[in-house]
Design a protein around this ligand. Structure first.
Ligand code: ZN
Length: 315
C-alpha cells in the first residue's frame, strides 16, 4: 500500500508518495493557489498515479498539514491562505473524486510526528519546538497529536515566560516565549541591549539571527548575552512542559536550529539547571528531517492508523 504526505505552505505545496514502510518514493512541489488548491493538488496526484500505474485502491490514505489551527479535520484559521473554517477533509475528498481516507493537522503538529517517528518510533510522547521567525511546535502524547479544544494545543511559542523585557508578541500578549527565543526575538533583544553591552555587530544594519549566533560563538558580549537569554527562556519553557507532558524527548527544529551543537549544548545546560531532577534525563535532540518533516509525519500517522485498521478493522 501507498501513503501520501501533503504539506501545504504559503508559497508551495509539498507532496510525497511513501510506501507504508515509511520509505519516501517520490516527492514534488506545486505552487500554492489557495482558491484552487484542492483541485490542483488532486490533479497533480492523479496525473502522477496514472503515470506510475497506481490505482486509488492501492492508496491507504492521505495526511495533510496546513499552516494554521486545525480541529477535527477543519482548518479553523489559516491566515496565509485566507482560509476560515475550511473542511479540508471533505474538500480534498471531493476534488479527488472518491471517499478517501484523509487526516488533517496543523503543519507543526504533523512535523512533530514526523521528526519523532524518524528519530525513535518507540518514543511515546514528544515535544517538538521550531525556532524560526516565530516559535512553533507540536506535542505528541501517547502517539497522538494534541489539538486541544480550540486547535491551540502545541502553540509553545505563546507560553508566557518573560517578565523582564515586556515585549509584545504577534498574538497580542506580552512576554511570550517567541518574543525572546525566536530569530525575531533575538533581534529584538539585540536592540534592547544596544547601549548596555559592547558589540561588533552592526545594530543599525541588516542583521539576522545567524549573525548574532555566529558572534556569540566568538564571545561577542552583546551577542553572547542575547543568545544565552534566548536559550534560557526556551529551557524554562521546556522545564515547565516536562512536568505537564513528561515527554521522552524534546526535538528542536526551525532555522535557528542550524546553529547545531552550539545551540543544543546551551539549551541542555540551562535545562539541567531549571528542570525537576526526575526530568533531567529527558532526551534533547536537533531535528533531522527539516523541511520534509511534514510529509514524513503524515506518513507516520497514517501508518499508525493502518495498524489500527489491521488490528480492529476500523479507524
Ligand atoms: Zn504570543
Amino acid at each position: 500500500m501507498y501513503i501520501f504526505g501533503i504539506d501545504i505552505g504559503g508559497t508551495s505545496v509539498k507532496i510525497g508518495l511513501f510506501k507504508d514502510t515509511f520509505e519516501l518514493l517520490e516527492q514534488w512541489e506545486i505552487s500554492t493557489h489557495p482558491e484552487s488548491l484542492f483541485e490542483e493538488v488532486s490533479e497533480s496526484i492523479k496525473k502522477f498515479l496514472k503515470k506510475q500505474e497506481i490505482s486509488f485502491a492501492q492508496i491507504f490514505g492521505y495526511g495533510v498539514g496546513v499552516p494554521g489551527m486545525v480541529k477535527n479535520g477543519i482548518a479553523l484559521s489559516c491566515v496565509n491562505l485566507g482560509w476560515q473554517n475550511v473542511d479540508v477533509k471533505e474538500e480534498f475528498s471531493k476534488a479527488l473524486g472518491y471517499d478517501a481516507r484523509v487526516y488533517v493537522f496543523n503543519d507543526a503538529n504533523i512535523a512533530a510526528f514526523g521528526e519523532a517517528a524518524y528519530l525513535n518510533s518507540k518514543w511515546d510522547s514528544v515535544i517538538f519546538i521550531t525556532l524560526g521567525t516565530g516559535v512553533g511546535g507540536g506535542i505528541i502524547f501517547h502517539h497522538e497529536i494534541i489539538e486541544g479544544a480550540d486547535g491551540l494545543g502545541g502553540e509553545i511559542g505563546h507560553i508566557c515566560i518573560d517578565d523582564k523585557y515586556h515585549l509584545t508578541c504577534g498574538c497580542g500578549k506580552i512576554g511570550c516565549l517567541e518574543t525572546i527565543a525566536s530569530a525575531t526575538g533575538m533581534l529584538r533583544l539585540a536592540q534592547y541591549y544596544r547601549d548596555k553591552l559592547p558589540t561588533k555587530l552592526d545594530l543599525n544594519g541588516k542583521l539576522a539571527a545567524k549573525d548574532i549566533i555566529d558572534a556569540a560563538k566568538e564571545e561577542d558580549p552583546l551577542a553572547s548575552c542575547v543568545f544565552d537569554e534566548a536559550c534560557q527562556a526556551l529551557a524554562k519553557a521546556m522545564a515547565n512542559l516536562s512536568v505537564i507532558i513528561n515527554p521522552d524527548a524534546f526535538i528542536i527544529g526551525g532555522g535557528v536550529s542550524n546553529a547545531g551543537a552550539f545551540l543544543l549544548e546551551r539549551i541542555k545546560k540551562h535545562y539541567a539547571n531549571v528542570c525537576i531532577k526526575q526530568a533531567a534525563h529527558t532526551n534533547i535532540n536537533l531535528a533531522v528531517l527539516k523541511n520534509n518533516a511534514g510529509i514524513y509525519g503524515a506518513c507516520a500517522y497514517l501508518i499508525n492508523k493502518k495498524h489500527e485498521v489491521e488490528k480492529n478493522g476500523k479507524c
